[in-house]
Design a protein around this ligand. Structure first.
Ligand SMILES: [Zn+2]
Length: 434
């Protein structure tokens, strides 16, 4: 009854086609130029005005930007692949993502909905057993793949906009719909949030497909807990290269400093108050067998079951890094690349979401609260909303997982796309009882 007069089958076909297109042209954090232009085109078709480019970002808060060379290379690629070069032009330098507002005909609350649009740095499986390869929409970008379902999220966001635009006369208040870049690495949310774009939201929703094992389409979680706070750091140790046989005493061994740091990072005492983690994901050092290594680079992350625990882990990590560098008389540069906090979903809102989920076509099992068990930088937006008196929750749209997230065989059960769009649109239409 809610979406009477809308050809849902046709909408779902369109959204699946869009998802497959986004899947073919995946772009990683801060390089979603073509993707953003395509989203804008779809939103403009609905008569919506879309904000994008530098005005929706705060440059100092654009964490974990790729190098200028990578940004430029990806931008050039997007210029070749887009049919809207004038839009891509305006995003040069990494100003990706966009925000639109859908005004209802009736007075009411402001509802924020966020979807993320970036891909992973993964080379997609080229195997007929993998549906995107078999059906011709495998990634065309080397080492880029939508392996977390953000292609589906992007289509879900567009579907939500279509449904809401078709129901404007019933919509109370307004909906702020944000297509966020750079979720992977927890990089994108802070910049969009710092403009104050979401501070006025009375309600704010995020959502993710998949995540939970042994589930299927039709099951939807109304809220999550166990979001880990996390900080991402890039570290460079700088020493002095020297001849390993003739003059080792003139060298300063950056590899030794980095290796010392690794072992001691892993030895940081864990915290009794909750989960505490550290991982050194990459380490590269040295130039040749007989050269004292002059430089070493590592990427690492800390996590905590609360903001305080992560702060403890991050402070200990920074201390270890500096001390290890000092031990070998090397320099140590630590670059902050991204972070996200924990969040507690608001109980009154979650109760309302549980009620409403039961009324959405295609939802046949509601999970009240699930363990999220990872980081999500939507929490940065959500904290801002809560600090300004609004309520938030993060949903999970379940589906069977053929492969884990971030795996090169990851795939989406496309039936989740239309369903999730109906869920978001229903929440926006009815979160506040008339
Ligand atoms: Zn994801």
């Amino acid at each position: 009854m809610r979406f009477d007069g809308i050809d849902m089958a046709a909408l779902e076909r369109d959204l699946i086609a869009l998802r497959r297109e986004f899947h073919r042209y995946p772009e990683s954090g801060w390089t979603e130029f073509r993707t953003t232009a395509r989203i804008i085109t779809e939103l403009e078709k609905l008569g919506l005005s879309v904000r994008f480019g530098p005005s929706i970002h705060v440059r100092e808060k654009m964490h974990g930007l790729p190098s200028d060379e990578v940004l430029e290379e990806c931008w050039q690629r997007a210029m070749r692949e887009t049919d809207r070069p004038e839009l891509v032009e305006a995003m040069r330098g990494g100003y990706t993502g966009c925000i639109t507002e859908i005004e209802g005909a009736l007075p009411g609350p402001t509802v924020g909905i966020r979807v993320d649009i970036d891909c992973n740095d993964v080379e997609e499986a080229d195997d007929p057993k993998h549906i995107p390869a078999a059906e011709g929409f495998r990634s065309t970008h080397k080492n880029c793949m939508h392996a977390c379902g953000h292609d589906a999220h992007t289509a879900i966001g567009i579907g939500t906009a279509r449904l809401l635009c078709a129901c404007r006369e019933k919509l109370r208040g307004k909906v702020i719909l944000v297509f966020q870049p750079g979720e992977e690495g927890l990089r994108g949310a802070a910049s969009l949030t710092a403009t104050g774009a979401f501070s006025g939201c009375d309600y704010f929703f995020g959502g993710h497909v998949g995540l939970l094992r042994d589930k299927r389409v039709g099951m939807v979680a109304a809220s999550g807990h166990g979001f880990l706070s996390s900080t991402k750091l890039d570290v460079t140790f700088r020493g002095v290269p020297s001849h390993a046989g003739a003059s080792p005493e003139l060298g300063k061994n950056a590899l030794a400093a980095a290796a010392t740091a690794v072992l001691n990072l892993l030895a940081i005492p864990r915290h009794s108050a909750g989960a505490s983690r550290v991982n050194i994901g990459t380490l590269q050092a040295g130039t040749g067998r007989n050269v004292i290594p002059g430089e070493a680079a590592m990427t690492l992350e800390t996590r905590g079951g609360s903001r305080e625990i992560n702060e403890y882990m991050e402070a200990a990590a920074r201390r270890v890094l500096q001390a290890a560098a000092e031990m070998y008389d090397c320099g140590c540069e630590i670059r902050f690349m991204g972070s996200a906090g924990d969040i507690v979903c608001d109980k009154p809102l979650v109760a309302r979401v549980i009620e409403l989920l039961g009324t959405v076509d295609g939802v046949d099992e509601v999970l009240p609260d699930v363990d999220f068990g990872g980081g999500e930088d939507v929490t940065t937006m959500m904290r801002d909303v809560q600090e300004h008196g609004g309520q938030v929750t993060e949903l999970v749209f379940c589906m069977a997982l053929k492969a884990p997230h971030h795996n090169n065989y990851f795939d989406v059960d496309e039936r989740v796309i239309g369903l999730a769009a109906r869920v978001f649109a229903t929440l926006a239409l009815e979160v506040e009882k008339p």
